[in-house]
Design a protein around this ligand. Structure first.
Ligand code: HEC
Ligand code: HEC
Length: 246
């Protein structure tokens, strides 16, 4: 589901639902900016007044808190529920439980909590760039960001069905050669290394090209080094393999 902002007669704004669209096209950019506008209007004035970025606590504090939650089922449940509430707006694009229905919007379900939080922080302080996400995360408090990451990390992500067995097999070979060392034998990643298993195919392709092409949209020295050796065909094969991994 996506929506497009329409200017109705007499200057009123309204949302119109549209079955399929591409987030890169101008209409959808309007839609994303409109979402941001709606959010800004809905945000309490106090949030607007301090719309500057508040950094998350140091990594070791985050890790200590995550470890604490792992050891305390009640505290974990409370964080997941707080995260579910704080993510009320994210569901519009990332799906109700973090499983996106659009190929170019990433699944957040099953993603590693530390990685998710790192990415939110990267949008917030400019190390990662996306017209919409970079603005959106600035209205979240550090506590909300933490709980949102915990909520999504605890949702299941369904793998996509195999469509082209040959391409999937080629992707598996590239993966074992070049990626397994960091992302793990089943693509589950760890800590700050992203989970790739079950991720949306189109999003994986776009992410790998962002690293490879060095446009400044995504900045990570390790991934840039790996991605610059990949051809478009290898990227396509890798994505079609990874999206099918449970
Ligand atoms: C209008 C649609 C939209 C909404 C609403 C939205 N997102 Fe996103 N989100 C995207 C798109 C598109 C991307 C991929 C952008 C890119 O390539 O960097 C993304 C990327 C992300 C990522 C990076 C995932 C990864 O695998 O690296 C995180 C984390 C994220 N969003 C969190 C959130 C949170 C939290 C909210 C709610 C506060 C939210 N998003 C709301 C569209 C949206
Ligand atoms: C040296 C370790 C390392 C190797 C090898 C590596 N990666 Fe990564 N990868 C990372 C790290 C760390 C990140 C998170 C980077 C960031 O913050 O942007 C990442 C992020 C990604 C992402 C972004 C995921 C998302 O949700 O946005 C994709 C896609 C990816 N890697 C694919 C691959 C593929 C495919 C290979 C093999 C060709 C590979 N990686 C090899 C460390 C590695």
């Amino acid at each position: 589901m996506t929506a497009v902002l329409r200017r109705a007669p007499r200057g009123r704004m309204s949302f119109r639902h549209q079955a399929k669209t591409n987030l890169g096209d101008p209409i959808t950019m309007h839609f994303r900016n409109a979402f941001l506008l709606v959010l800004m209007l809905a945000a309490p004035l106090s949030a607007l007044a301090k719309s500057s970025w508040i950094p998350s606590p140091p990594a070791r504090d985050i890790e200590a808190r995550l470890a604490q939650l792992q050891a305390d089922a009640n505290a974990m449940r409370a964080a997941v529920e707080a995260g579910r509430r704080a993510a009320f707006f994210c569901v519009n694009c990332h799906g109700r439980e973090g499983v996106s229905s659009l190929d170019n919007i990433p699944n957040l379900a099953g993603q590693n909590a530390f990685y998710l939080l790192t990415q939110i922080d990267k949008y917030g302080d400019g190390r990662r760039k996306d017209d919409f996400m970079s603005g959106l995360v600035k209205v979240l408090e550090p506590e909300d960001r933490f709980n949102i990451a915990v909520f999504y990390a605890n949702q299941p992500v369904p793998p996509a069905p195999v469509r082209d067995a040959r391409q999937v097999a080629a992707g598996a070979r590239h993966y074992d050669r070049a990626c397994k060392g960091c992302h793990g034998p089943r693509g589950h990643g760890s800590r700050e290394v992203a989970r790739l298993a079950g991720q949306r195919e189109g999003y994986l392709i776009a992410a790998l090209k962002h690293y490879r092409d060095g446009t400044g949209v995504r900045n990570d020295a390790r991934m840039a080094g790996v991605a610059k050796r990949l051809t478009d065909a290898e990227i396509a094969a890798l994505a079609s393999y990874l999206t099918t991994l449970p």
